[in-house]
Design a protein around this ligand. Sequence first.
Ligand code: ADP
Ligand code: MG
Length: 342
Amino acid sequence: MFEQIKGLFSNDIGIDLGTANSLVYVRDVGIILREPSVVAIQAGTTNVLAVGDEAKRMLGRTPGSIVAIRPMKDGVIADFEVTESMLRYFIQKVHHRKLIAPRVVVAVPSGITEVEKRAVKDSATHAGAREVYLIEQPMASAIGVGLPVHEPAGNMIVDIGGGTCEMAIISLAGIVFSRSLRVGGDEFDETIVAHMKRAYNLMVGERTAEEIKICLGSAYPMEQELSMEVKGRDLSAGLPRTITVRSEEIREALKEPLSSILESIRITLERCPPELAADLVDRGIVLAGGGALLRGIERLVAEETGLPVHIAEDPLSAVAEGTGRVLQELQFLKRVAFTAKS
Ligand code: ADP
Ligand code: MG
């Protein structure tokens, strides 16, 4: 009874502080917020004008006096103040008018430093959190996709986000080995921009590149190859032009960033203790993060590693779901999460 009443007021929250998207999970409710990890700032100042969806919307519609910052873009915190504004916005958006300050679990990229962890923790505290726990994103992702991380057996997660690809081998609720690679969906987009320039002398924006990736990007040959019309600016004539792009050429362009990811997976597997590696032969690898939605990526990874590969049911929500499950089990939280030392 007391627990129930407490739940009404406290609403402990989990935050996936992603490089591209941030999600907020409220205990006993679920994911209630998904917004781009973008902050709009008045150029030359530290004035925050908008955060999340609104910041992204303001973008194309305002003069050069507004700049958009993705503070987590590379899986490190580029700007502490901006990151704090973003965290504050997310916490306050879901927590307004609650009586008891929330406990907050923040999933952070596994590559961040102690100083950055401290900064995230302080920011969340300033933003109104009563207690703050940090958990590494690959751990949260593994929990979120339902891997039995408590078991004394090897589990492998590869979470391909916007700015980073985080992978880890987990056993007994601990990370045995993890890697954070600064290659992810953004790099796929950049590669497509470069391809369009090289092959067609056509300049396309990153948004268009992302659209191409989502509409016809692939990592493995498709039964039915696709094509689409793409508009851009001809680099020599300077005029708008439309061309037709085929999925085969996009796959070719994506080979390079994909091979960095494959290489990291190989290294991770090589570092894996033999008993755990043996477990992976049966259990395989789970792919999560937006990058797991690239067509055929599971077949490519399976072919390269010889292991079974599964895609998470909802790749974009895995980390947030993981923070949610962790909130439910405080005992477990205390074992897997690390709080920044004072
Ligand atoms: P992060 O956790 O770093 O914030 P996300 O897991 O939210 O990143 O994934 C964002 C990335 O996933 C972006 O680069 C986006 O373009 C990419 N993405 C989203 N949907 C798809 C799709 N259907 N196919 C390929 N990539 C996708
Ligand atoms: Mg993520």
